[in-house]
Design a protein around this ligand. Structure first.
Ligand code: NAP
Ligand code: GLV
Length: 312
């Protein structure tokens, strides 16, 4: 069995040595044009030229959760895509979303500004009841986020494609219930996969429905930049319809230095850092799945196997 590693924007050496240690006796190498074809590949955003040299590829193991970049490739018919199933990301996402939510709700930026002026002043406590949080996507990451936010006593709504009952979360499912979900939510968290159905899901028309159309909505996008129609955001912030946004992902990454998001006073920018891939956990998970497949398990028994027609 042969495994090849092809990672864009990530140094592959530690992945190769980690996979070799986790799968003794298996040939693991960094891909180079002309290298012999592999049975499995460990990848992040590989080029089509890489796929074109893998006619016998069975498993395409992504070192991230989102597979939108892989679904754009033309794959051999037998190849199955397997994404990371949490692998230490959900706790990071929960930290990020709770941090953004609580920073906004408790007005910590205002206190920080006061502290810089040596000003001792209280702000009137706000009610959590007035800040229902809506989490779009209740998968490996969204469910953990929704549960963690609920621990802070915020009312939490969850929206998924199919019904997903979770204790303490008000569930909404399907396009037919999207408007009701938006109306019931003031803080909107995006943890959807990027698919034709979800691209541009946060745009003027939908953001106007947040919080029943009242001003004061807040947007947290930690999924993909293309979920948000970027040109629609600043006018809604400047008009006071939205109170702010915490954005970790962008249509163009890295976010260009001249992009207005960097300097807008109501936008917090982070560089696609809300949930980083943790190498050790990811190697252990991927190696476990490769061992299972080689022992005869079907790909459909693996957590995180992608349904290409569904898009995630
Ligand atoms: P996942 O386990 O595949 O969960 C996806 C969720 O979205 C599911 O609940 C699914 O509904 C729901 N969904 C999909 N299409 C929908 C639609 N059209 N309408 C309503 N709900 C829909 O994904 P995950 O592991 O939680 O990751 C989510 C995304 O986060 C990834 O795809 C990736 O793009 C992003 N991400 C970002 C970072 C970062 O650092 N910023 C890190 C990791 C991941 P069902 O439950 O009904 O299937
Ligand atoms: C990161 O964005 C991921 O999809 O894992």
């Amino acid at each position: 069995m042969r495994i090849t590693v092809c990672l864009t924007d990530t140094r592959p050496e530690a992945w190769v040595s980690g996979l070799r240690a986790a799968l003794p006796g298996v040939e693991v190498d960094v891909w180079a044009p002309g290298a012999p074809p592999a049975d499995h590949a460990v990848v992040w955003a590989p080029p089509q030229a890489f796929i074109d040299q893998q006619p016998a590829l069975r498993g395409l193991f992504n070192i991230g959760a989102g597979v939108d970049a892989l679904l754009r490739l033309a794959l051999p018919p037998q190849t199955r895509i397997v994404r990371l199933d949490d692998a230490g990301m959900s706790v990071q996402m929960a930290e990020y979303v709770c941090h953004a939510l609580i920073r906004h709700f408790r007005e910590f930026d205002g206190y920080a500004a006061d502290a810089r002026e040596a000003r001792w002043g209280y702000r009137k406590p706000l009610s959590r009841r007035d800040f229902p949080v809506g989490v779009m996507g209740l998968g490996a990451l969204g469910e953990r986020v929704a549960r963690t936010v609920a621990q802070f006593d915020f009312p939490v709504n969850g929206w998924s494609r199919t019904p997903k009952p979770i204790d303490g979360i008000r569930g909404f499912a399907g396009a037919e219930n999207f408007d009701a979900f938006l109306a019931a939510s003031r803080v909107l968290v995006c943890l959807l996969p990027l698919t034709p159905d979800t691209r541009g899901i946060m745009r003027h028309e939908t953001l106007m429905k947040l919080h029943g159309g009242r001003p004061g909505g807040y947007v947290i996008n930690v999924a993909r930049g293309a979920h948000l129609v970027e040109a629609d955001l600043i006018p809604l912030l400047d008009a006071g319809q939205l109170a702010g946004a915490a954005l970790d992902v962008f249509e163009t990454e890295p976010l260009p230095p001249a992009h207005p998001f960097w300097r807008h006073p109501k936008i917090e920018v982070t560089p696609h850092a809300s949930a980083r891939t943790l190498r050790e956990e990811s190697i252990a998970q991927i190696a476990g799945k490769i061992r299972a497949v080689e022992a005869g398990a079907g790909f459909d028994t693996l957590a995180g196997v992608v349904d290409a027609r569904r898009g995630y």
